[in-house]
Write a protein that binds this ligand. Sequence first.
Ligand SMILES: Nc1ncnc2c1ncn2[C@@H]1O[C@H](COP(=O)(O)OP(=O)(O)OP(=O)(O)O)[C@@H](O)[C@H]1O
Length: 698
Amino acid sequence: MRDIFEEELQRLKETTSILDKQLVELENVPVYYGEDFSEQILESMRESRRQNLRIAVQQPYFGRLDFQEDGQLEPEPIYIGKVGASNEETTKPIVMDWRAPIASMFYSFTGGEEAAFYHSPDGLIEGYVHLKRNIAIRQRELERVVDTYVKGREDVSPTDDFLLYKLAENKDNKLKDIVSTIQSEQNNIIRAEKNMPLLIQGVAGSGKTTIALHRLAFLIYEYREQLQADRMVVFAPNSLFLDYISGVLPELGVGNIKQTTFQDWALRTLDNAVKLQKTDEKLKEAFEINRNDTKVMLGKYKGTLEFKSFIEESILQLVRNLVPEEDLVVWDDAVIKAEEIQKWMTVEYKHYPLIKRRERLVGRIKRWIEIELKKFEGTDEKKALKKEATKRLNAYMKFWPKITPLSFYSSLMKQKEILEVLPAELVQETVKNCRDKQLYVEDLTPLIYIHHQLTGIESSQKFHHVVIDEAQDFSPFQIYILKEVTLGNSFTILGDLSQAIYNFQGIEDWNDFKEVFQETGYFELTRSYRSTKEIIEFANDIIKTAEIPVGLAIPVFRSGNEVKIISTNNQFAEIMKTLQHMLNENVKTIAIIGRTDDECRDMYEKLTAAGISVNAIEANQMKYEGGISVVPIYLAKGLEFDAVLLVDVDESHYKDTKLDAKLLYVGCTRALHDLRIFYSGEASPLLPASSNENKNSI
Ligand SMILES: Nc1ncnc2c1ncn2[C@@H]1O[C@H](COP(=O)(O)OP(=O)(O)OP(=O)(O)O)[C@@H](O)[C@H]1O
């Protein structure tokens, strides 16, 4: 072991000294601020190289693969890092970018004597792996060297020690990159082809969010000629989550990729012409313990493809009725028949958005008038006729109402056929909301659809690639909209049906999205990396009751404490005791997860009064601070904490329903190392029967 450490220490010294020299040289080149375009391009290349080198000097690489290509006499060591580097004197690569084709073997090779291969731009390259080595370097210091495969040796541990070492680390307040330990099944998704919508069902903690971000970094590297970072986008559930994931792409040396929520994007697309009703209030209502299910679920109708088809048909109808029944008479014997104009609008211009059709029509009529005018000789007569024609054309066009997405949406709600696709109660409410110009989030999708039908979508505005995280909470109509604004069906759509707690808007089956695309690539991730085996098994017992049609999570072999269930008539006192204990143990991030917003607020106030420094996580929060957080269970989705304390897990807060099972599953799977469940009175029927054995054991 000592020898391999010494060997890598030597190599690290050599590499860092080369990289340091390159960085110093680049930093000594004065930054160009002038106007010359070619110089500006050169400067931006230098700047990107400077930034990459700054990453590289801290941790030049994380892995080594000794590969003997067929036809070569010796294996050659390939060092793999976040960014590639070459020795400028010899021009030989000293570190391979993790996204390079050859580096894919580091992830796909899982041991064994069989031939390994990768796809290079020149075709398939085959050979044999002699060594796979993980090398942990932190801030230029070599920390750990672990061989996970040595050809011909059987004493090398088949379990991935290095992965377990990484997973056991405590987390701070931001999601991290995983380049050094990407697993084979994750690697397949990261490197999957660009122009195929990928649907990824992954259990809690399987790395979906992380993989999506690595996939973006891969795509931008692999397709650098075709993709622009600022036209790639990640849709995530809320601003807090966006903040939580915001560190990964910069860590991977990728900038400028848009990260937003559907809501923010939609409001911007509509030029902020509509206002939303208080979204946090609506969310609170949706997660009340005794919520009015019928009311909460109403909004779901607006996310269906049936509703989309209804709007589509109504727009066609509008076009048909738009053209006035009278002929256009520009002067006495110059007439365009109403049927002719109808034909232009509905047949010839069929593929143009409505506003463009109108523009084209006016242009065409004007040109026709010019041609007709040529038949006249006298300038004065021509002038008079032109004036008259313009007046009549303007009057004719006034028949056409000015349509905005909101005015059309509002008129749609007044049609009697709407009751075939939306319930009467919902229609009445929407009519009122349109009048007040205060809409709900679920109205944004139809509004955007109408907006696109009216104005069209410039192809220069379309996305090059779209990532949708927590996609189980998206409606098929939302996915349809995003498909319209994306080139080449280039999508990565990730989610987990077991965590579909926003059941008032999302889906229950991935087939609902398959309807939108003709073809999709489908992957299932079942290995869970976040939590210990004990936590995963406990959470699995809960979600089993909900009978979701996806596989259960399989833990990586990382064992920790048993899940503890604490039955007490003073939950606050027990929580204080647990927090003190955890703070003494230096646990970095702890979540106290409650069932409702009001209960969390109470808990926050009590903890603050008791002198504990704690953050309250709320619906419209922009930043995740780490440390101790109090969070309602429905806002905890996507986040993770070293320890989770779930409070009020009693029979009234978590009933034997599918939704409550999913909520509790989400809550439990937020914990990396330690999960404690607190309740007073009767325990929730969702808690596994076997867990009674651990009661009261702090
Ligand atoms: N290959 C890996 N190596 C190391 N850590 C990993 C790996 N894959 C995932 N993880 C870790 O597992 C945790 C969960 O990852 P992530 O949040 O991306 O999962 P997810 O599937 O989106 O989870 P959820 O659906 O529960 O929100 C993170 O801490 C991530 O760093």
